[in-house]
Design a protein around this ligand. Structure first.
Ligand SMILES: [Zn+2]
Ligand SMILES: [Zn+2]
Length: 358
């Protein structure tokens, strides 16, 4: 987004990859969302926090009184994730004697409806104690919201508790057709003045805000139609994401894992398995295939699908990745399919179309 950068999951060496790619401003990072507590989604978190915090610099020495004081006054950096995240961050920072250049807060999404309050003993000096957010009917609705954006979450099936996040932009107001409306207002100018509205053009502002206006001559002006905001679903590891289907429906972009693909020509383990056996094996390990990712994209009517989290058993070259992509394309209804790779930028344009930026 324009002013913010958010990060979803933070595997080992994430900070190095972020720094490697120009145009990804680490200093704008102000929220991190963690899908689940598996190491490959977490092991970059503490190093990244220690390196950079909202442009304020990371690790500080105990002697650096000013920086510590500045940190105490800053708006806290926010982390959202599963139960255990707060303790993991707190203990890791404390045990490694790491002081940060900013305050941070951890909010945990709890599956129970009445979670215990967060522990407030042995906090880290830079920690602001966050909330344990209960789920209601199995989901977390608008657990984060500001005037532009809201985030919902739901649990998805994996070998451990795993979350999917849905980021939704607020409806975008349409534009007023001034050329058509101004003459109508002008026609009513005197009558409006008589009714106490000195400036007939001030009604344009009310219209833009969504008000329906009836003019003295009986003309009814309707506000411009709002356009649906953009929507992105970002899922953690899963072998069945169906619990998030309802809230993820209509996403412009779905980020879904495709850990294992049936590629007998590239993968010796797949040689002795049928397609069905391979899918069952993949699911038994808590993961998905490209076909499963595409099928879920169809279920939620997602326009574009970006697959990630490919097993290290596959070569990350174009030949293999294009084969994986083709497996998903064979299942997916219309819309784009992408295989994610480090440094790739996908833009969800205002018209909802997703395109890869070079
Ligand atoms: Zn993983
Ligand atoms: Zn996992």
């Amino acid at each position: 987004m324009d002013k913010d950068m958010w990060l979803f999951d933070c595997g080992e060496a994430t900070q190095h990859q972020i720094q490697k790619f120009n145009g990804v401003p680490l200093g704008k990072l102000n929220k991190i969302f963690i899908t689940h507590m598996h190491a490959d989604h977490m092991f970059g978190l503490i190093p990244l926090m220690a390196t950079s915090f909202n442009g304020m610099g990371g690790q500080v020495d105990e002697e650096d009184e000013n920086r510590v004081q500045e940190a105490q006054q800053s708006k806290p950096f926010e982390l959202y994730g599963p139960p255990g995240l707060r303790e993991y961050v707190r203990k890791s920072l404390l045990l490694t004697f790491t002081l940060l250049g900013a305050r941070y807060v951890v909010h945990e999404l709890h599956p129970d409806t009445n979670p215990p309050p967060p522990s407030t003993t042995d906090c880290h000096p830079c920690e602001v104690v966050g909330k344990n957010i209960p789920s209601v009917d199995g989901i977390w609705t608008s657990f984060y919201a500001d005037s532009n954006i809201r985030v919902d979450a739901a649990p998805i099936l994996h070998s451990v508790f795993s979350l999917g996040f849905v980021v939704t932009e607020a409806p975008i107001p349409g534009t007023i057709d001034k050329q058509a409306i101004e003459p109508v207002l002008l026609r009513n100018k005197d009558a409006l003045k008589a009714a106490g509205i000195k400036n007939h053009l001030s009604l344009l502002g009310k219209l833009q805000k969504g008000e329906i206006i009836t003019l003295p001559d009986g003309t009814v002006l309707h506000p411009p139609a709002t356009r649906q905001g953009r929507k992105i679903a970002i899922l953690g590891d899963t072998h069945d994401a169906s619990p998030i289907a309802t809230i993820a429906r209509g996403s412009n972009l779905l980020i879904h894992e495709a850990t294992n693909a049936h590629l007998p020509e590239f993968d010796s383990a797949a040689k002795n398995m049928s397609l069905e056996e391979h899918q069952a094996w993949t699911m038994s390990r808590g993961h998905s295939t490209p076909q499963m990712a595409a099928s879920f994209a169809n279920t939620i009517d997602a326009r574009a699908l970006a697959m990630n989290h490919f097993s290290a058993r596959y070569r990350a070259d174009d030949e293999v990745m294009n084969t994986i992509k083709a497996l998903a394309q064979g299942v997916k209804n219309e819309g784009e399919v992408f295989c994610a790779k480090d440094g790739m930028t996908l833009e969800v344009m205002k018209n909802g179309v997703v395109r890869m930026k070079e």
